[in-house]
Design a protein around this ligand. Structure first.
Ligand code: ADP
Ligand code: 5GP
Length: 227
């Protein structure tokens, strides 16, 4: 039996990967399943082990690597993240498409292993909306945002190495586009030029925001010293 082709959503933090993945899984449970990654990072907010992630210690994660339990893994912002092999085989055998919300390094590892996956790069529609989404979750400190913006810039610079892109402006529309691509119904057209321009704009926006946060941080320190 041929296994369903995994769907991998990549893109900068705050682009909407998790939101799109959960729309797919909730909207089409007979077709899609969320691939729950293992991570060494601590749960945020209402996250529960086994639902958003399997939360494990760094030691447990290293044991998973050593025993070959992971199809891919990467260190992101100083923490370990990885996809259990079973997510790509066990779930797939049941006929559902595993949806992976992973970083660019992870997506490349999956492809290098010869796994035929569909990788879609998700982009926010502009800098202003992106920063609102990134900060609106309320889960990150200013330093956390700066770290994510740095990583995001690296990822944006690799965006055009992936074949498929979806700009997540209206959520419903973005989910429809992902489905069209997964069904092989999407035409290519003039998308690529727009994607390149958008990536450059977001890259510049991230650089400016990092400068603004850093500047504010320094100004705060000076004020503290003066009082
Ligand atoms: P990622 O997984 O790529 O880091 P999330 O899915 O966590 O991003 O989305 C970041 C924030 O943006 C969340 O608060 C989410 O609710 C919001 N969001 C996602 N897609 C949209 C959209 N199309 N319009 C407005 N807000 C969105
Ligand atoms: P967060 O801490 O915000 O949930 O995730 C941080 C980053 O780790 C995101 O870019 C996310 O896509 C990535 N990530 C989550 N799970 C995995 C995984 O299993 N493997 C890899 N390589 N990256 C992951």
């Amino acid at each position: 039996m041929s296994l369903p082709r995994p769907l991998i959503l990549v893109g900068p933090s705050g682009a909407g990967k998790t939101t799109i993945a959960s729309r797919l899984v909730r909207g089409y449970p007979e077709r899609f399943r969320f691939s729950v990654s293992a991570t060494s990072r601590a749960p945020r907010g209402r996250e529960r082990s086994g639902r958003e992630y399997s939360f494990v210690s760094r030691e447990e994660f290293k044991e998973m690597i050593a025993s070959g339990e992971l199809a891919e893994w990467a260190q992101v912002h100083g923490e370990y993240y990885g996809t259990p092999v079973d997510n790509l085989t066990g779930l797939a055998e049941e006929g559902t498409v595993p949806v992976l919300d992973i970083d660019v390094q992870g997506a490349r590892q999956v492809m290098r292993r010869g796994i035929d996956a569909l990788v879609i790069f998700i982009l926010p529609p502009g800098t202003a909306q992106w920063l609102t989404r990134l900060t609106g979750r309320g889960t990150e400190s200013a330093e956390g945002i700066v770290r994510r913006l740095h990583t995001a810039r690296e990822e944006l610079r690799k965006a055009t190495t992936f074949e498929e892109h979806v700009v997540n402006q209206d959520l419903g529309e973005a989910v429809r586009k992902v489905l069209e691509i997964a069904d092989g119904r999407a035409g290519k057209g003039a998308r690529d030029r727009r994607v390149e321009e958008l990536c450059r704009e977001l890259d510049a926006g991230a650089t400016a925001e990092i400068g603004r946060i850093r500047g504010r941080g320094v100004a705060d320190e000076i004020r503290k010293e003066e009082t």
